[in-house]
Design a protein around this ligand. Sequence first.
Ligand SMILES: [Zn+2]
Length: 199
Amino acid sequence: METREQKQIRRQLDEVQGGTAEQIRLQKRITDIQFHFKQDREKAKPTRNQLIVKDTAPYMKEYDFWCKNCQIDFRAPCYRYIVHLSNDVYASWRAICPECDTQCVRHITDRLHDPYYDHSRYILRQRNIYMKDVLKDGQYGFRTLYGDPYEAFTKRKMEDELRLFEDVSGMGYKHLGRKEREEARAREELKQERLYGKG
Ligand SMILES: [Zn+2]
């Protein structure tokens, strides 16, 4: 025999379970609808490349190009060339080399992999200009540009060493005659020169 309380609980449980089944059905329907909405939205959303291309004009009055054939940099008017491939778009600028009429290409999408940056002398020069500003001592070209930053220090050190050497050699050659002493010094100096260079 169930008590009144037990009956009430069972009724509540039945209600909840029935409600849950309905809820599950509705929830599933909502999820389905949301999923399809999302899919539609994703499809309608422009890709990164599409956004990039949208920002460009079909023609440009002037742009930098590199001709592989002539190995020259040139500025020329160019037009946009678009390729549609598997739901995406790829674009480039095309110009004609004034020297040899070759078609030259600059990337609009995927600009990081534009070979122009690897070949152009103009870009190389630009990079070298900035390279100068971040050059450190010991790197190639630093001393040509800025000289030896330790010149004074090196000179002082050499002078100190020479003085020390003269003191010591003076002591060491005391027993020799003047001519012999000079010869010995000359020999020692030559040795020092070979070791540390002139000056
Ligand atoms: Zn050319």
